[in-house]
Design a protein around this ligand. Structure first.
Ligand code: BTN
Length: 255
């Protein structure tokens, strides 16, 4: 079944707009808002997320959890990263597309997708947003370490056509993952999702530097993803793995 998508000509932020609507009246599960012109996008860790009109897809999906315990809701962002990875990979055959823990999507080390989830505390709905660089040209890249579908494929597709293609794959995969996650009551092992996350995660096996929420930086080798979605890290000089629940990861080989 294809998911209905509401396309908006221009919006400040698809996440903000969907949260705003949810506050006014509860929105149906899997309501989808999308635009090619997001004027004030929000990024992780209080950063901004910007793209020239037509250069990137901004999409937000409302998930209304039924049987997922509150302490497992954060895992939805990992599911969104995996869904985006698979959708991008299907359009770039032969290119190395992977997830950088927790939910960035990289092509050969360059970022093509960012994910940000926000919870509406009153209703408990989660708005999962993804920014996907679609028709973005080299000159439009926000940072030199970013990339886009157009750059990676070398194809000159219409912005809306490119966005439709990646969005269709993203929504189908996300719907499947959310359904299995719900059915397993938020258990990524029982649902089989943890194995899929690990297979798609290019961070594993890499030497990484992690900036923790307090600002401290640690370096080590990424070993795996825990049942709670954490990154298991063998910190340099330590024998035992440490579970990282939140942090900003840098893959040291791309430094
Ligand atoms: C990141 O910092 O990597 C996360 C970026 C998330 C951007 C997306 S675009 C759609 C949705 N609306 C927003 O304002 N942000 C997210």
């Amino acid at each position: 079944m294809t998911t209905p998508v509401e396309w908006i000509e221009r919006v400040e932020s698809t996440n903000v707009e969907l949260v705003r609507r949810e506050r006014i009246a509860p929105q149906p599960h899997f309501t989808v808002l999308a635009t090619l012109d997001q004027t004030s996008g929000r990024g992780r860790l209080g950063r901004t997320w910007s793209a020239a009109p037509g250069a990137a897809l901004a999409v937000s999906v409302l998930v209304r959890p039924e049987s997922i315990p509150p302490d497992r809701l954060g895992l939805l962002t990992l599911l969104a990263g995996l869904a985006a990875r698979d959708s991008v990979a299907a359009l770039l055959p032969g290119r190395p597309v992977s997830v950088k823990w927790p939910n960035d999507v990289l092509v050969a080390g360059r970022k093509i997708v960012g994910v940000l989830a926000e919870v509406e505390p009153r209703t408990g709905a989660v708005v999962v947003g993804a920014g996907i660089n679609t028709a973005m040209t080299q000159a439009q890249l926000p940072v030199p370490t970013a990339t886009s579908l157009a750059i990676e494929s070398g194809e000159q597709a219409e912005p809306r056509e490119l966005a439709d293609r990646v969005l269709t794959g993203f929504l189908a995969r996300l719907a499947d993952l959310v359904e299995r996650f719900e059915a397993a009551r938020g258990d990524i092992d029982a649902s089989g999702i943890r194995a899929e996350l690990e297979a798609a995660c290019g961070t594993l096996g890499e030497r990484v530097s992690v900036q923790l929420p307090g600002g401290t930086r640690i370096a080590g080798t990424a070993l795996g993803i825990g049942p709670d979605g954490s990154l298991s890290l063998r910190v340099d000089g330590s024998e035992h793995p440490t579970a990282i629940l939140a942090g900003d990861v840098t893959h040291l080989r791309y430094q």
